[in-house]
Write a protein that binds this ligand. Structure first.
Ligand code: HEC
Ligand code: HEC
Ligand code: HEC
Ligand code: HEC
Ligand code: HEC
Ligand code: HEC
Ligand code: HEC
Ligand code: HEC
Ligand code: HEC
Ligand code: HEC
Ligand code: HEC
Ligand code: HEC
Ligand code: HEC
Length: 443
């Protein structure tokens, strides 16, 4: 219907209700402003027909072409604040609220959704109108952000916290992740950034391109703070689990744990959780769990539950991740620092002198048989020819099963006495040695 046809009706209404008291029942009729009555959710003063609380009539004629007969009683946010005076007073104010642009989000009369918003529970489309950041469009999304429950964490108007957050970040996270908070309270070891920093030191609260919406992929996430460990990952012998998808998490908890060093289990069991099978690696590495089980003699550090005394769990420049030099081959030309890893705990002069009375018990009289076997400049025998590194059923960690020599194991047949011992190895004929009454060897 043509608006002009309504002029007489409107004039009648004005006669009955003078300026300034535009009563809703007269403004909203089947023919005048009918849409205002159709909203699913009505603003209370509109529902009450109190149009005049916001509109004031300035011209006698209504309606007029161009619609200039009414004005708003106040401009921008001032209008709304005349009834909602608490909004926008806190320390951090949302830019559109600051600018008085309430109507960038709200509809003044009514809307299809709650809170005078043309939005359902999913606020994403509304907010995305102004914020289309990467984290809101990420591959892995955090539940509450994914479904647009932005106001679970943010106040849309103002807040005492930065980023319009309803509480400090940690408190926000732990309020929903209550089981996590419970475990955190009772944990023996807590990772300092989890205790002291915001959870967003590692997680993006909205989403990211990495699982668990981490700020970076493994191990870069961790190495960003742990530069020293990062350097080790780049050494000649990397430990495979660090460069695989689970990264640091294959041994450490990121948050808290019962064991020292944020390990999931104690040190030895952490290692044995992977090194307890016959199929790890190509070709497979020894099954260390089996190597230790039921053995009569365990090497000192192993008795104390240590593996890192000899191996660097993160990476190393040395064979087998060892914490110092150790030759890879069965025979190796001797250099003074070839056996750092052993000699950091054992007698440093073990291999220095051809004759000695103190530096080793492996002597025939004063003749140093360690020197004889190992310190050969061309073809020294490495410790593994005679000793097992982890455990043995023989005294002095003698490798009773024999060292691998190709597919064959060199038997040693070691017997120990109170002043010496004897071997009948696959290397040479039987020899005995005695520290008090030196054996005389015939050619
Ligand atoms: C809470 C304040 C408020 C109340 C109450 C209110 N209005 Fe409005 N109204 C506004 C605002 C603000 C605008 C301007 C909207 C814009 O600029 O987008 C407006 C605009 C209008 C317009 C012009 C544009 C449009 O949306 O059609 C009409 C007509 C109107 N109101 C009619 C009414 C009637 C009729 C009532 C009572 C039933 C009423 N208003 C009650 C705030 C209110
Ligand atoms: C004349 C007083 C008055 C004015 C002016 C007014 N409001 Fe309201 N508003 C109310 C009342 C009353 C309620 C109902 C309060 C309640 O339910 O607690 C309300 C409720 C609301 C709600 C919540 C609706 C819901 O679904 O819960 C929003 C959002 C709102 N107003 C926004 C605005 C905006 C934006 C303006 C300015 C354009 C404005 N109001 C101006 C009186 C007013
Ligand atoms: C960026 C969008 C946005 C702007 C701008 C905005 N609001 Fe809101 N407002 C919301 C959202 C979203 C909610 C629902 C909050 C919730 O879910 O708890 C809301 C809720 C409300 C409510 C009801 C609940 C409450 O907090 O009391 C009122 C009243 C309100 N707004 C008034 C205003 C006024 C007045 C302005 C301008 C000064 C304004 N809003 C500006 C988004 C906005
Ligand atoms: C009309 C545009 C507009 C809408 C709609 C809007 N914002 Fe904003 N918002 C801004 C502007 C402008 C800023 C300030 C500039 C910036 O940081 O990008 C801002 C800043 C923010 C900030 C950072 C505040 C700070 O101090 O660091 C948050 C958080 C935020 N908005 C959340 C929301 C949420 C949640 C919604 C949806 C409920 C939303 N915004 C809807 C315009 C908007
Ligand atoms: C689980 C809580 C949570 C939810 C849900 C959430 N946010 Fe945030 N948001 C944050 C935190 C925490 C920050 C601050 C990040 C920081 O400072 O490191 C933030 C920052 C922001 C910022 C400012 C910085 C930026 O990333 O641009 C905007 C804008 C924002 N959020 C919008 C939204 C929108 C839109 C939604 C809903 C789709 C939403 N947020 C849902 C927690 C949340
Ligand atoms: C409003 C409640 C709520 C808040 C606040 C919240 N979360 Fe969540 N979060 C959830 C829900 C719901 C899930 C999905 C449930 C699930 O998968 O176990 C989830 C999942 C997660 C996940 C993935 C869990 C998994 O196993 O896939 C992480 C990580 C996470 N949230 C971290 C955070 C961080 C960090 C914060 C603080 C910035 C936070 N959450 C704040 C509700 C919340
Ligand atoms: C030092 C980095 C870091 C910090 C800080 C951090 N997280 Fe995590 N979070 C991770 C990593 C990495 C994962 C992936 C699973 C794993 O490797 O442990 C994860 C997974 C999660 C999960 C899902 C799996 C689980 O353990 O339940 C939740 C929930 C979670 N974090 C919540 C939090 C909360 C809450 C905070 C703050 C109190 C927080 N995170 C702080 C790195 C961190
Ligand atoms: C925001 C910086 C930061 C990030 C990111 C970070 N850490 Fe830490 N981490 C620290 C600080 C600070 C300490 C305590 C000082 C130290 O030992 O260097 C620490 C200590 C540790 C410790 C030793 C704990 C102990 O009790 O001996 C381990 C293990 C550890 N972090 C592992 C990780 C892992 C795994 C990640 C990745 C999921 C990670 N860190 C990410 C800051 C960080
Ligand atoms: C194969 C298991 C394993 C993996 C994978 C692993 N660690 Fe460790 N890490 C250990 C062990 C074992 C310790 C010694 C714990 C103790 O006794 O305090 C340790 C100690 C640490 C320490 C404290 C002492 C130090 O060396 O600085 C930090 C920090 C650390 N790890 C960070 C990391 C980071 C970062 C990653 C991923 C890049 C990672 N770890 C991956 C086993 C591992
Ligand atoms: C998450 C499983 C896992 C854990 C836990 C683990 N490792 Fe490993 N380790 C591997 C894999 C996989 C390889 C590489 C196998 C291959 O491909 O040869 C490896 C290789 C090794 C190697 C041989 C490295 C080389 O390249 O010669 C040593 C030595 C080793 N690990 C010691 C340890 C020690 C010590 C620990 C405990 C601090 C430990 N590992 C914990 C999986 C693990
Ligand atoms: C006293 C030093 C020392 C300790 C402690 C030690 N290792 Fe070793 N480990 C070695 C040496 C030396 C080698 C090299 C053996 C060889 O090739 O002759 C080795 C080799 C390995 C290998 C490679 C085996 C193969 O197939 O060649 C693995 C895996 C390993 N160690 C795991 C562990 C684990 C797990 C622990 C803790 C239970 C541990 N080590 C404790 C010295 C040690
Ligand atoms: C972290 C220190 C440490 C490292 C490194 C170490 N050991 Fe040992 N080793 C010990 C301890 C402790 C004992 C036990 C000494 C005792 O029982 O008196 C021991 C015992 C031995 C024994 C038996 C001696 C006896 O009297 O029963 C031999 C053989 C041996 N180690 C060889 C080696 C070899 C070969 C290496 C290098 C691959 C090595 N060790 C590296 C600490 C270490
Ligand atoms: C040819 C065999 C053989 C080789 C090679 C060998 N050892 Fe021994 N080692 C022995 C014998 C036999 C004993 C026992 C001596 C005794 O108590 O009668 C012994 C004893 C030891 C002891 C106990 C302390 C001592 O000296 O009496 C240590 C430590 C040791 N060896 C370390 C090493 C290291 C490190 C290497 C490699 C650098 C190595 N051994 C190479 C045969 C060998």
């Amino acid at each position: 219907m043509n608006i002009r046809a309504l002029v007489p009706i409107a004039l009648l209404a004005l006669a009955l209700f003078p300026f300034g008291s535009a009563r809703g029942e007269n403004c909203v009729t089947a023919t005048c402003h009918p849409d205002i009555a159709k909203f699913k959710q009505m603003h209370a003063p509109v529902k009450d027909g109190d149009c005049a609380s916001c509109h004031v009539q300035r011209a006698k004629e209504h309606p007029v072409k161009g619609g200039k007969s009414f004005e708003l009683v106040a401009k921008g946010a001032e209008l709304c604040k005349s009834c909602h005076d608490g909004i926008g007073k806190k320390k951090v104010v949302h830019a559109p609220v600051q600018e008085g642009a309430c109507l960038d989000c709200h509809k003044p009369h009514g809307a299809s959704g709650r809170f005078l918003l043309d939005a359902g529970d999913d606020l994403m489309p509304l907010c995305k109108g102004c914020h289309d950041s990467k984290s809101l469009n990420a591959k892995y999304m955090h539940g509450p952000a994914a479904v647009g429950s932005c106001t679970e964490c943010h106040d849309p108007h103002d807040s005492a916290n930065k980023s319009l957050l309803k509480a400090p970040i940690r408190d926000l996270c732990l309020k929903c992740h209550a089981d996590f908070a419970e475990l955190l309270k009772t944990a023996a070891v807590v990772h300092p950034p989890v205790k002291n920093d915001a959870c967003t030191a590692c997680h993006n609260a909205h989403g990211s391109s990495v699982v668990m919406f981490l700020n970076d992929k493994m191990p870069d996430l961790c190495v960003g703070c742990h530069k020293g460990v990062g350097k080790k990952v780049a050494l000649k012998v990397p430990h495979k689990p660090l460069v695989e998808a689970a990264g640091c998490s294959s041994c450490h908890s990121s948050h808290f744990s019962k064991a020292k060093g944020l390990l999931a289990l104690d040190e030895q069991n952490t290692c044995l959780s992977c090194h307890g099978t016959d199929t790890l690696g190509k070709p497979p590495l020894h099954n260390i769990k089996k190597e230790l089980e039921g053995k009569k003699y365990l090497h000192g550090p192993i008795q104390k539950g240590q593996c890192k005394a000899c191996h660097d769990p993160h990476g190393s420049d040395h064979f087998r991740l060892l914490a110092g030099a150790y030759p890879e081959a069965v025979y190796a030309p001797y250099k003074p620092d070839s056996y750092q890893v052993c000699l950091k705990c054992h007698e440093k002069h073990l291999l220095t002198f051809p004759d000695t009375t103190i530096y080793t018990k492996f002597r025939n009289g004063n003749r140093n048989l360690h020197y004889l076997h190992v310190s050969n400049l061309r073809k020294g025998r490495t410790c593994r020819v005679c000793h097992a590194p982890h455990a043995s059923n023989g005294p002095k960690l003698i490798n009773v099963e024999g060292a691998s020599f190709g597919d064959w194991k060199i038997p040693i047949n070691f017997k120990i006495t109170s002043t010496g011992g004897s071997c009948a190895p696959g290397c040479h004929r039987a020899f005995a040695y005695d520290r008090d009454k030196p054996q005389v060897y015939t050619k």
